[in-house]
Design a protein around this ligand. Structure first.
Ligand code: KAF
Ligand code: ZN
Length: 604
């Protein structure tokens, strides 16, 4: 066991060079598969992933010969700590091949799934006939997304919801089960109890679960107020389909997973006679195309004195859904590990929702560009929630009526308390509605990894959690033949999800700190840090760290020592005026729903 720290440093430098080259190779073949799904691009990707795994195994074998825990330099120790976790490459070759094939196949099934359009049954019959001429080629992106957002026909909404959940979830169920077994085997080979244990380790918090539960309990009252108000409005619209003391049917919330309710804005806005917040119309009227939407986001970072994307970003990204091939439409931001190639893949529609996503994705790119000089081992977010928060923080400034008016997407931003409530309400339909979903998805997945949820009770457990935390219920009966969690991208994509719950708390903390740095005075929800070099300097300082410091240190730097933990105070402060208003509206409501505290999970 090598105690030579100088030799260890040259080992790390050699690793950085070689790993960057290998990583670039893998990213290119993964990009080719994600932007052109064929058997050939799938095989090519699997080959390079296998090569990379072999390389990682060699590196791991050498790295673990060093007595790195005794090294003096904390940065060297921290790099070795990262290299000492091998991940999936710890599996024997046959099982490694199997799990990588499963992941590629699940991504393929999810992305290429197509469903049939809803056909209204003719007047006097009940069975919807299926004319042969109808082509069943509706895709989640953009077709089903648009229908779930716009349709007012509850039969069509039920049909599309059921089609997507069954055509996607069912074929994935058996593959997901086998992936869980193999993933847990790899986790145990890395010294973890199971995959959930390995994923939670990224947050380096002793009892992460109880910290999350505490955060949720602090935010649940906000969600209950919004849920009660929206439920009342939907009850007006749909009648007894929406009971006033129960869960809301999941297909009526404007989104396939009921995770964001912003498409309900027009139908439920508190003061409808005030000017609309929905800038989708302006985007279309002003001839915005995807490139211009991303330029808007890039310009915001430049206005802060931060980095602009390289020219290659505009030539090599995929900012629209191509017509001639199958792609993975779910948005993502890519770092090609060579310090200059950064891309986004997004099937961008001209909507406010996709403008927000564009900012979210560019936040990832800005992080990549800021920590470019860190060693490869530290080119991550301070924790995964940080990486998800950056773009959303910028979007908090961009979406203010004042900023929207400044860039010509809103005609006026009058200083009127009712406009204020409308604005806060539109933000709550995204940010507060999301909280329980962001919280529950990995509560479910960690329990599947640990075996607390047996494979033959996955769907019941999913809907217990959806009822308990989100207060939503499926529009039609479910069984264990269904695999409804699999109908959400991140489950077949093996992408952790608690990072978004963490991000939704963190982004308001960041927003508050940057607003103070920009000299903002007044309510937090009116802050726009546009063109503030002070805010930009502070944010860049955070991003340059990558994951080189424990994330509580990053928060301490950001808040100039005020705190080092996730703190829901900022999101509560931001929405305070709305919550007061909602409480008055809900005074006769029974906030909450049957099953809110029950739905106790199956104890095996
Ligand atoms: O999934 C996303 C956006 C995609 C992404 O940017 O988070 C993307 C997801 C992904 C795709 C492929 C492989 C892994 C993860 N993440 C990244 O592109 C990414 C992740 C980590 C570091 C850098 C980039 N948002 C979540 C949650 C969310 C976030 C913000 C607003 C609304 C909703 C969702 O849609 O349910
Ligand atoms: Zn993201």
């Amino acid at each position: 066991n090598n105690t030579d720290e100088k030799e260890a440093i040259s080992f790390l430098l050699a690793y950085d060079r070689e790993a960057s080259a290998m990583c670039n190779n893998v990213m290119n073949t993964q990009w080719d598969f994600n932007t052109n799904i064929t058997e050939a691009t799938k095989q090519r990707m699997l080959e390079t992933q296998l090569e990379y795994a072999k390389f990682q195994k060699d590196v791991w074998a050498t790295a673990t010969t060093f007595k790195w825990k005794t090294f003096r330099d904390p940065t060297i120790r921290r790099q070795f700590k990262v290299l000492s976790v091998l991940g999936r490459a710890a599996l024997p070759e046959e099982k490694l091949k199997e799990i990588q094939q499963l992941l590629a196949d699940m991504r393929d099934i999810y992305s290429r799934n197509r469903v049939c359009p809803y056909v209204k049954p003719p007047k006097n019959t009940s069975l919807p006939i299926r004319p042969e001429s109808i082509k069943c080629n509706l895709a989640l992106d953009p077709d089903l997304t648009r229908i779930m957002a716009k349709s007012k026909d509850t039969n069509e909404l039920t049909y599309m919801w059921q089609q997507w959940h069954e055509e996607t979830g069912r074929p994935l169920r058996s593959k997901f089960i086998r992936y869980v077994e193999l993933s847990n085997e790899a986790a145990r080979l890395n010294g973890f109890k199971d995959t959930g244990d390995q994923w939670r380790a990224s947050y380096d918090i002793e009892d992460f679960n109880s910290e999350l539960e505490e955060l949720w309990m602090g935010l649940r009252p906000l969600y209950q107020q919004l849920h009660a108000y929206v439920r009342r409005r939907l009850h007006f619209q749909y009648g007894k389909a929406v009971p006033l003391d129960g869960p809301i049917p999941a297909h009526l919330l404007g989104n396939m997973w009921a995770q964001s309710w912003s498409n309900l804005y027009e139908a439920t806005v508190p003061f409808p006679n005030k000017n609309s917040m929905d800038v989708t119309l302006s985007l279309k009227r002003q001839g915005y195309d995807p490139v211009r939407m991303f330029q808007l986001a890039d310009q915001f970072f430049v206005s802060l004195g931060m980095k602009s994307v390289p020219d290659s970003f505009w030539t090599d990204s995929m900012l629209e859904k191509p017509l001639d091939r199958e792609v993975v439409c779910h948005a993502s931001a890519w770092d090609f590990c060579n310090g200059r190639d950064f891309r986004i893949k997004q099937c961008t529609e001209i909507t406010m929702e996709d403008l927000t996503t564009a900012h979210h994705e560019l936040g990832h790119i800005q992080y990549y560009m800021q920590y470019v000089n860190q060693p490869l081992a530290f080119r991550e977010g301070a924790n995964p929630g940080f990486h998800e928060a950056i773009g959303d923080v910028i979007a908090l400034s961009v979406s203010t009526p004042k900023h929207m008016q400044q860039i010509g997407l809103l005609d006026s931003a009058t200083d009127d308390p009712e406009v204020d409530i409308n604005y806060l309400y539109s933000m709550a339909l995204d940010k507060i509605a999301f909280l329980p979903f962001g919280f529950l998805l990995d509560q479910w997945r960690w329990k599947v990894f640990s075996g607390e949820i047996p494979f033959d009770q996955m769907n019941k457990a999913w809907w217990d959690l959806r009822l308990r935390y989100q207060g939503v219920a499926p529009p039609v009966n479910r069984s264990e033949h269904d695999f409804d969690a699999g109908a959400k991208y991140h489950v077949p994509a093996n992408t952790p999800y608690i990072r978004y719950f963490v991000s939704f708390v963190l982004q308001f903390q960041l927003h508050k700190v940057l607003c103070e740095a920009s000299g903002h005075v007044g309510p937090l929800h009116k802050c726009d840090i546009y063109q503030s070099r002070e805010a930009g300097k502070l944010l860049a300082e955070l991003l340059k760290l990558g994951s080189s410091k424990p994330w509580p240190d990053a928060i301490r730097i950001l808040t100039r020592g005020r705190t080092s933990r996730m703190d829901p105070g900022a999101i509560l402060e931001y929405f305070e005026p709305l919550i007061e208003w909602l409480k008055k509206q809900n005074v006769e409501e029974k906030a909450g729903w049957r099953g809110m505290n029950s739905g106790i999970l199956i104890k095996t």
